[in-house]
Design a binder for this molecule. Structure first.
Ligand SMILES: Nc1ncnc2c1ncn2[C@@H]1O[C@H](COP(=O)(O)OP(=O)(O)OP(=O)(O)O)[C@@H](O)[C@H]1O
Ligand SMILES: [Mg+2]
Length: 233
């Protein structure tokens, strides 16, 4: 569904990604793991057109994404749930959700998608008129996920959703990811919680120093080997 080939990209004079190639199959959950600073978020930004490619290509359903503006990606069925959640604290939960239904062709379905989101996240329903700034960390992450789903994306990209959450909330979050996978959505999950991420994933890619150092189906990944590579320099 998404083909990332030989991508080199970074921030001006600082190059971060070095010839990164990752293939994202439709209907599967692909996880990208790796230590702080490995370039995971930069890779997601490259997909979303937020950093320019110096080299290589990114194709979605066969068509190059280069030059597609970020809001057009939403129209094409790609949604990103960014690192740090980025919810609007002075708006209510429901107002935050409605922002996720911004693409024109999704607005008609916004009520139905909102109901779906509330069914999946009942706590958000209970608090729908509450200001988002008053939510707990876990609830805020659920809101960010629910907002990402409001455009009913074919491809859902999630950056470190478990960061800073208590273990019980992390379990809840991975349960939601399993359900989304069960709905047949294609998911790219960036995580540092290696064990949980590999547990839910179909495909695993380990990044280090801006390169992909391991790409494998999750069934063929051993956590020991992964940890050795993870901490190797
Ligand atoms: N806006 C920026 N300008 C310059 N350098 C940046 C910028 N954003 C990130 N970098 C650098 O790019 C490298 C990769 O950062 P990136 O955020 O992609 O890592 P990451 O794998 O997502 O890490 P983390 O797990 O901590 O989120 C780091 O060395 C970082 O300092
Ligand atoms: Mg990051």
């Amino acid at each position: 569904m998404l083909e990332i080939a030989n991508v080199r990209a970074g921030y001006g004079a600082i190059n971060v990604l070095w010839d990164v190639s990752v293939s994202i199959p439709a209907g599967e959950l692909t996880t990208i793991i790796g230590p702080n600073g490995a370039g995971k978020t930069t890779l997601l930004k490259a997909i979303m057109g937020l950093v320019p490619l110096e080299q290589g290509s990114i194709r979605f359903k066969g068509k190059p994404l280069g030059g597609t503006s970020t809001w057009n990606l939403l129209d094409q069925g790609i949604a990103m749930i960014p690192e740090g959640r980025m919810i609007f604290k002075d708006m209510t939960i429901e107002e935050n959700l409605m922002l996720g239904a911004f693409p024109k062709q999704r607005r008609a379905a916004s009520k139905a998608n909102c109901d779906k989101a509330y069914a999946m996240f009942p706590r958000l329903h209970e608090r729908h008129n509450q200001l988002a700034g008053t939510l707990s960390g876990g609830e805020a992450q659920m809101l960010a996920m629910a907002r990402g789903l409001m455009s009913d994306p074919k491809l859902l990209i999630i950056d470190e959703p478990s960061l800073g959450l208590a273990p019980v909330v992390v379990n809840e979050l991975f349960e939601i990811l399993r359900r989304l996978k069960g709905e047949g959505r294609t998911i790219v999950l960036v995580e540092q919680n290696t064990q949980q991420a590999v547990g839910v994933a179909d495909q695993v890619h380990l990044m280090q120093g801006g390169k992909v150092v391991l790409s494998r189906p999750s069934a063929q990944v051993s956590l020991e080997e992964l940890h050795e590579l993870y901490f190797a320099r």
